[in-house]
Design a protein around this ligand. Sequence first.
Ligand code: FES
Ligand SMILES: [Fe+2]
Length: 376
Amino acid sequence: MSDLSLFDPANYRSVQKPLREAHTLPALCYSDPNFFNREQERIFDRCWHFVGREDELSAVGQYLAYDSLQGSVIVIRTDSGELKAFRNACRHRGTRLLSGTGSVKRIVCPYHSWVYETDGRLSRASGMNEVTGFDLKDCSLAEVPIASWGGFVFIRYTPDGLSLANTLGDLPDVFRDYASEDFRCVRRREFVVRSNWKFLIENALEAYHTGTVHRASLGRQQSEVLDTQGHWLGLRVFVEGKNSVSVLSDKAGVFPVHPDLQGDQRTSTYFTNVMPCTQFVFAPDAIWWLSFKPLAVDQTQLILGSCFHRDVIARDDFTDVSQAYFERWDTATPEDNAICEAQQLGSISDPTHQGRFGPEEGLVHKLANWVLDRVL
Ligand code: FES
Ligand SMILES: [Fe+2]
């Protein structure tokens, strides 16, 4: 398609039809750099980006550097105990200040040693006293918006936009009983996947593939789409006769169901997608998150975080029993990544191809239309 027709709504009418009549996005939406650039401008430049858990930054001075195509941001626990986020660039000549994770008393620039307090104020700039009109007060780190819910922390690159509360809509109500603020993230794993970000998101929004891709690991799962308000999608996943899909299908002896859960929540696992690319998974016995960061049209970084309730972490058998959970994530995640890489290869073999959706792929269809609504 030419650039003009790439963004011509007339070419996407068949995606916008009701699920049972609809076609999938054309394959080139996953492989064309122009489509990808438009997604960056219209979606990623403006949305909330999930950066990590509050409990990963619990002590004063603890920080993480969040890197995306929109730039690098430092998220840090200030001396007064709040979380703040700053552009990861010195106010002198712009050097990157921090990388990865760690803890600092002050942020010291590696180039000329300007010193910033944890709240972003510049407190020392040696050798600058004779500079006309130079005032430390004018050189605080550039703040960006930060907000959190249930222990999940987000930042945004633009000063104005939809609030986090409006983005999440009724998600906090739906998952209130999990008390996710009482969970701790005990492990992160990172993967670089040679796949467009949307293939990865879609994969976790349908259980249709489980009987094939996870035949030997998780087995076939059933699912039901949730009615949601706000910019998120939800899928209830369950297996008849089992509480937990947080361990491989041949495993028994898992952690108990969270005592505050009621009804379906005791026997189901909820896969969510906070638009565009953050997934929180609420299970009866664990919570995990997947953060998908586009690196290029055909490359995505996946960070997977594993969280357990603090009472579960305090159990004597936590180290032993949690191995079954890690094994599940370490087995199923590469299976999903590999199938998304196969999809990416397919998308360049037949760029104009549009398939049909099955009845279990309602959320894949919703995601496609959410993206089109912004990109076109
Ligand atoms: S660039 Fe940071 S102190 Fe010079
Ligand atoms: Fe999967």
